[in-house]
Ligand binder design. Structure first.
Ligand SMILES: N[C@@H](CCC(=O)N[C@@H](CS)C(=O)NCC(=O)O)C(=O)O
Length: 228
């Protein structure tokens, strides 16, 4: 009985804290659970523990191209974020915003570490994800790519994996000893690649494989992908 009353008090205290602190109110994520960009944002939310609500935009039936969704994401893509009257889109920017609002630890405070995190987020976006997505479209989303496109993607993906491998051979995460938004950025694409024949390319890169086996066990990722 006493325990139940204490629990009720704790809930009340939590509710009052949430009501008093705008930054801790529930954010809404408009997305799709299979979307790589939605997964990044959900992983960030679970890592930081920020309260949130998931709103399904069913990209399988074209809901992301409907006028209602275009009001929130003018490019007709997912995800989009709503936070107490504030709205934004672009998953990498959303992750930075969530971490800041939650006072999370996913962005280093040291300027050089932060600069390196930004460097790796750019590598992910410019050098790794474009070739990786060619294989993901081809094998997972059944959008066939030509032989020429896949041949170029193989070359580009290998270069990116080599560069990532050299970094991860020295340390457990992209920015030293600490898990950051840079790791979260790569995770959805590596996760899907591992479900394609390209997992053989990844397997040839020992440090990248070890990193993947380490980060995929995080509860935030397991929750974001529905495994937990
Ligand atoms: N730069 C955007 C890209 C968003 C994006 O490409 N979303 C994909 C799902 S992961 C999508 O909505 N694809 C459907 C389409 O482009 O029609 C972001 O990072 O949020």
């Amino acid at each position: 009985m006493v325990t139940a009353r204490l629990a009720a008090c704790a809930n009340l205290a939590d509710a009052e804290r949430l009501a008093a602190d705008d930054s801790l109110r529930r954010m809404k994520i408009l997305g799709h659970p299979a979307s790589t960009c939605t997964r990044k944002v959900l992983t960030t939310l679970h890592e930081t523990g920020h309260p949130h609500e998931f709103v399904l935009v069913d990209i399988m039936v074209g809901a992301h191209k409907q006028p209602e969704h275009l009001k929130h994401q003018p490019f007709g893509q997912v995800p989009a974020l709503q936070d107490n009257g504030f709205e934004m889109y672009e998953s990498r920017a959303m992750c930075r915003y969530i971490n800041e609002m939650a006072k999370g630890k996913l962005v280093p405070t040291d300027p050089r570490d932060r600069a390196k995190m930004e460097q790796w987020i750019s590598v992910e976006m410019s050098d790794f994800t474009p070739p990786a997505m060619k294989f993901i479209y081809h094998h997972i989303f059944k959008s066939p790519q030509s032989d020429d496109v896949l041949a170029k993607a193989t070359k580009d993906l290998n270069l990116a994996l080599d560069v990532m491998d050299a970094q991860l051979a020295k340390q457990p995460y992209f920015v030293g000893e600490t898990f950051t938004l840079a790791d979260i950025g790569f995770m959805p694409y590596v996760g899907y690649l591992m479900a394609t024949p390209e997992k053989e390319q990844v397997a040839k890169h020992g440090p990248v494989s070890s990193w993947w086996n380490r980060v995929r066990e995080r509860m935030s990722w397991r929750k974001a992908t529905g495994e937990a």
